[in-house]
Design a protein around this ligand. Structure first.
Ligand code: GRF
Length: 193
């Protein structure tokens, strides 16, 4: 039995790609059944199509929920999904939504910390280590229980762009499939009871 995964995206989808590539190896307990974007131009939609995964654009939470139900979703993975989900939504799917954030939470997170802004804040602060975090999603942005983290060293010559790339390569793309597997395994165990 596999857990049914829905991946929510807004942009380029390199984390989605990491999940797609991990299917059958690192990600053994779940399968990506559907990709949902709030942005019709997201390249992530093309990545899904290239792998034969159903992909849709949804304009609001009601449309997202309809798709999640259509695909009997067990786990929702936010992979570069920029919209903040309502408390009603996060309550409905409590412990079934995970997100990847490109810093070591509780540093550089919360409302307004997304994309390059996170890495700019890390560089401005002078810290020498940053990284990525996978956490459960609740009504507080970046506030849910932490599932796993991975550290990445900051270099003196880093720009927000070079740091973003290193955090993706050394942390996000490794961490997210691993965390998705951990949660899927648990969800299947509960389903079998
Ligand atoms: C990643 O840095 C992720 O941590 C953040 O948004 C970015 C999305 O990148 N939440 P991609 O769309 O997966 O390439």
């Amino acid at each position: 039995m596999l857990a049914n995964i829905a991946v929510l995206v807004s942009g380029g989808g390199t984390n989605l790609q990491a999940l797609l590539n991990a299917q059958g190896t690192v990600l053994k307990s779940g399968a990506i059944r559907v990709v949902i974007s709030d942005n019709p131009d997201a390249y992530a939609l093309t990545r899904a199509a290239n792998c034969g995964v159903d992909a849709y654009t949804a304009k609001n939470e009601a449309e997202i929920i309809r798709l999640l139900e259509q695909y009997n979703t067990d786990l929702i993975v936010l992979a570069g999904f920029l919209r903040i989900l309502s408390a009603d939504f996060t309550r409905k799917y409590a412990n079934r939504i995970i997100n990847i954030h490109p810093s070591l939470i509780p540093a550089f997170c919360g409302k307004g910390f997304y994309g390059l802004k996170v890495h700019r804040a890390a560089l401005d602060s002078g810290v020498k280590i940053t990284g990525a975090t996978v956490h459960f999603v609740n009504e507080i942005p970046d506030g849910g229980k932490i599932i796993d983290q991975k550290a990445v060293r900051i270099h003196d010559a880093d720009t927000p762009e070079t740091l973003q790339q290193r955090v993706m390569e050394q942390a996000e793309w490794i961490l997210l499939p691993r965390a998705a597997e951990k949660v899927c395994k648990q969800l299947i165990k509960e389903k079998r009871k």
